[in-house]
Ligand binder design. Structure first.
Ligand code: SF4
Length: 353
């Protein structure tokens, strides 16, 4: 029998479940509290529930479908990378970044990815499957437990791990709604960043949801020729369509879009590219985040020198584009995103015990 994952249930679904079992509705509040305020990993820890209810929950539901199988800490202690294992042998990565006393959690939305970006390790085996709402909540719970053990709490969320979030649209939106529930994690949409490689229909659909989250679009090139080489999705949704969807997004939501631009040495980091980028974004409510590229073993791209990064930055600034160079927290481990997963899967299925 496939068990119901408790973490996949919204508060109202959980209320429906417990009341259908003849329990008062406040039991759902208590369970939600254990799950998302105390981050428990077993039903047995929910000590204020009657023993009979705990037994039934243990028998008919599950809540530990995702587990931590590996941890890496950066030398400067600002970042922790976790490898999560799933019951079907899949693995995904999550990262916890420390900012003073609070943490930002970065998590995955899919096992693998089918978008084929030329600089990314996560897409090398293609898409295996979408993650469920419960698996994304599970990552957030496990990252929140780590943060708690380090004396802090998760206050912001970034969907930038393995996978393209808008390719798993319904699960991702249900997950974010659950994470925002005040009875649980209470993570405001304003503290959420959703990253996309440029799925135009998804961007337009998201705009119509009217959620105050930050949309981060991975741009990485200012022309169709170069972007199609780096990101095959550009052949389906070229820059004109992408920019039109982005303008629609910012006009509809009144939110500033972040454009991510990883600087690849002698590929997209020339001053001509900076000028083209400035022209492309002129007049848009946006911010450009320049990312010094972290080389991936399986890919041949190199990191731009700091002088090239600075020159690129200066052009955008002079053209009146809001721009920053991404601060590199724990770069010794956050570098090469997706490689922990690749190494684990290359050894065989991720251990799950
Ligand atoms: S960069 Fe993102 S969208 Fe592109 S292949 Fe990697 S995980 Fe997929």
């Amino acid at each position: 029998m496939i068990q119901l994952d408790l973490r996949s249930l919204s508060h109202s679904q959980l209320t429906e479940l417990v009341t259908s079992w003849g329990e008062p509705s406040y039991r759902a509040d208590q369970i939600y509290n254990w799950l998302y305020r105390h981050f428990v990993l077993t039903v047995d820890e929910m000590t204020n529930l009657p023993a009979a209810l705990r037994q039934r929950l243990a028998k008919e539901t599950s809540l530990s479908t995702i587990r931590i199988s590996q941890r890496q800490y950066s030398k400067d202690k600002s970042a922790t990378k976790l490898l999560f294992s799933l019951p079907d042998g899949q693995a995904v990565e999550g990262v916890l970044l420390k900012y003073r006393k609070w943490f930002s959690a970065c998590l995955s939305s899919q096992a693998g990815c089918r978008m084929g970006c030329a600089f990314c390790a996560s897409t090398l085996g293609g898409l295996v499957r979408h993650l469920t709402v419960g698996e994304m909540m599970g990552q957030l719970v496990l990252l929140s437990r780590e943060a708690k053990n380090m004396g802090g709490e998760v206050r912001s969320l970034v969907l930038m791990g393995t996978g393209e979030p808008l390719d798993n649209y319904n699960n991702v939106l249900a997950f974010l709604a659950q994470a925002a529930n005040p009875a649980g994690l209470n993570l405001s949409y304003r503290r959420v960043t959703l990253s996309t490689c440029g799925l135009v229909p998804g961007i337009r659909r998201l705009a119509n949801e009217g959620l105050p989250l930050t949309l981060a679009v991975s741009l990485h090139a200012p022309t169709d020729d170069l972007r199609s080489e780096l990101m095959p999705i550009n052949k389906v949704y070229p820059l004109a369509e992408l920019m039109s969807a982005c303008r629609y997004y910012s006009e509809t939501t009144h939110r500033r879009i972040t454009f991510e631009y990883a600087l690849l040495d002698n590929v997209n980091d020339g001053l001509d590219k900076a000028q083209q980028l400035a022209r492309l974004l002129k007049g848009m409510l946006c911010h450009v985040n320049l990312i010094p590229f972290n080389p991936v073993a399986e890919r041949s791209f190199c990191r731009s020198s700091s002088s090239r990064v600075e020159a690129f930055y200066q052009v955008l600034q002079q053209e009146g584009i809001s721009v920053t160079v991404r601060r590199e927290l724990g770069s010794d481990i956050t570098a090469a995103c997706g490689q922990l997963r690749r190494r684990r899967l290359a050894k065989g299925a991720a251990s799950y015990d």
